[in-house]
Design a protein around this ligand. Structure first.
Ligand SMILES: Nc1ncnc2c1ncn2[C@@H]1O[C@H](COP(=O)(O)OP(=O)(O)OP(=O)(O)O)[C@@H](O)[C@H]1O
Ligand code: NI
Length: 322
């Protein structure tokens, strides 16, 4: 057990993580002329723990493997996906069977697209349909809508009659009305105006009440810092750093990884200095450190060797020079 796991965020929280991912990897076979050539390695050495009541942001740019990570936890990966490592939910290892039982019950997904709403069903009905207690379903749906600031008549509307922000909120209401103990929100804030973004983030925070754990998947570090307790920085399929929100301050001197520091400094309120280059494409990952080609402090050693994860100052990092 790492020291980070021994230090839950507050005394009242249970010691056992809700979700624990260890050495997780994911690859897809690539066929050429009918022969299996290679595997495209999309996720490597991934690790993360989420405690009850905690919001953990998984921050990474487009194509870094975030949605596939969510699908891995839910057990809805494509048939041909090959996975390695271990995922535990409330201390018990996830199997296909267990994932099936938990999915939509103890573990709920807020999908990346509002297209996930049924276009032919009124929103109230959609939210009610996931409540198991049929006598309470109306009340639970209404309470969720009210908590999330949706006007009372929203339940009579079809998804096409809603604004983008309201449709998002209906998706969040579905998770809120569920009995889920872990909620995975996959990129729930794309293309929202400033005010709506602020409100939706507040709504996601509300989900963590009642000791629920939230995995908040986003490419927006700014949004992540607004509500998350911990930030896992995902790059080219690997976690480069897991830091507490408080570590993001000043010049980034408490951050451990050069990529996290760069993300922090690229924020408008800091220097706005963007990092040059792009993350490696899935399957085209360098032999050494995945960040080496863009790293300002990389050496020859980083080209040839892969840094292991280490706990430094109560956070996880994968860098030889942290
Ligand atoms: N079935 C598949 N077979 C092979 N490669 C795949 C498959 N599905 C996804 N990928 C690749 O895996 C990588 C990660 O995809 P994923 O959708 O998880 O990224 P993401 O971080 O969620 O991106 P975004 O921010 O755009 O949603 C992408 O490069 C994608 O091309
Ligand atoms: Ni995605």
């Amino acid at each position: 057990m790492s020291s980070m796991e021994k230090t839950p965020l507050s005394e009242t929280k249970e010691m056992q993580p809700l979700l624990k991912v260890r050495d997780f990897s994911l690859a897809f076979p690539q066929y050429e002329n009918g022969f299996q050539e290679t595997y495209i390695q999309v996720i490597r050495d991934f690790e993360l723990s989420i405690y009850p009541g905690e919001i953990v942001a998984v921050v990474g740019s487009s194509g870094s493997g975030k949605s596939l990570l969510a699908d891995s936890i839910l057990g809805i990966l494509p048939e041909n996906a090959k996975t390695g490592g271990k995922i535990y939910f409330e201390g018990t290892r996830l199997t296909k069977r267990r994932q099936e039982q938990l999915r939509g019950n103890a573990i709920s997904l807020i999908p990346q697209s509002v297209k996930a709403l049924d276009p032919l069903m009124k929103t109230g009905k959609q939210v009610q349909s996931i409540v198991r207690d049929k006598k309470a379903k109306k009340r639970i749906q209404r309470e969720a809508f009210q908590k999330l600031g949706l006007p009372a008549n929203t339940d009579k509307k079809y998804p096409f009659e809603l604004s983008g922000g309201m449709a998002r909120r209906v998706l969040i209401a579905t998770a809120m009305a569920s009995e889920a103990r872990l909620i995975i929100a996959d990129e729930p804030t794309p293309g929202l105006d400033k005010k709506t973004l602020r409100e939706i983030l507040q709504n996601i925070k509300q989900l963590s009440e009642n000791n629920r754990g939230i995995m908040f998947i986003t490419h927006d570090i700014h949004a992540a810092l607004k509500i998350a307790d911990k930030i896992a920085v995902f790059y080219g399929g690997e976690t480069l750093e897991i830091a507490r929100k408080e570590d993001f301050s000043g010049d980034g001197e408490n951050l451990r990884h050069p990529y996290t520091k760069a993300l922090w400094r690229a924020l408008p309120e800091n220097d706005f200095k963007a990092l040059k280059g792009n993350q490696p494409e899935a399957g085209r990952v360098p032999k050494g450190c995945v960040f080496e080609p863009r790293c300002p402090i990389a050496t020859d050693f980083c080209k040839k060797n892969k840094p292991k994860s280490e706990i430094i100052n109560n956070g996880m990092v994968r860098c030889f020079y942290a």
